[in-house]
Design a protein around this ligand. Sequence first.
Ligand code: PXP
Length: 244
Amino acid sequence: MPKLSVNIDHIATLRQSRGTPYPDPVDAAVLAQLGGADGITVHPREDRRHIQDRDVLLLKQILQVPLTLEMALTDEMVELALAVKPFACTLVPELREERTTESGLRVLGRESILQANVKRLLDAGIFVSIFIDTDVDEISAAHSLEVQYVELHTGPYSLAATPDEEDEQFKIVVRSAEHAKELGLRVNAGHGLHYHNTVRIAALPLVDWLHTGHSIISHATLVGMERAVREMQELIRRAARQEF
Ligand code: PXP
C-alpha cells in the first residue's frame, strides 16, 4: 500500500496572503500527522511565496513522520536541505511565474549539470527523488544520476477530460512505473490527485509514496467550515451575554 505524504504548502499560502502568523503550516502538519499522514511534504520555493525557512526548520524538529522537501536543484536549496536533513528531497523544475509545478524535471541531456548537487544530497544521506514526466527516456536519465526514487507526474492523468483519456494516461503511468521498477528505482507519484482519481493510482502495487496537497487542503477547508463558524457564533453569543 502506498504511503501518503501530505503537502501543506497551501496552508502557508493562506498565511502569506495576509501576512498573519496563522494559519501555521506547522500546526497543520501536526494535525495531518494525527490524522494518519505517513509523511509531510513542503516546497520552499525560491521566492518563498508560501513555505518559509522557519517552517522547514520547525517541521524537521517536531515531526515524527518523514519530511520531504520539494525543491529546485539550486545551490541555495541544497544548502537549506543539507542544514535540515529531511528524509528526502524531490527535485522539481521551478518557474517563478507558474502557479504550481507544471512539468517534471528535464534530466535528459542535462545529467552533467545536475550531477554535482544530486551527489551532495546523496552524500549527506538524504534520499533523492526526481519529479519526472511519464516518459521512459527521462526516467532512464533520472536513473543514471543514481537517485533512489522517481516521482511520476500524475498531472496529465488528473487533468484528463474524458474517461478514455484518463484510461490512456493511467496506462502511461503504469508503463512508466514498470520501467522505473525494472531499472531498480523506487516509484512515487503525485500532482493533481484528488478524492475521485486517487484510487487507481493508490491500487498500483509499484507505488511507494503518494504526494498530495491541494485536494486535501481544499477538502479540509470545507469539512472544517461548520465547526469554524459554530465556534465563532458561540464566541459572539457569549460576548452578547457579557460572558468573557
Ligand atoms: N508532487 C510534486 C512534485 C509537486 O510539485 C506537487 C505540488 O506541490 C505535488 C506533488 C502535489 O500536488 P497537488 O497539490 O496537486 O496535490
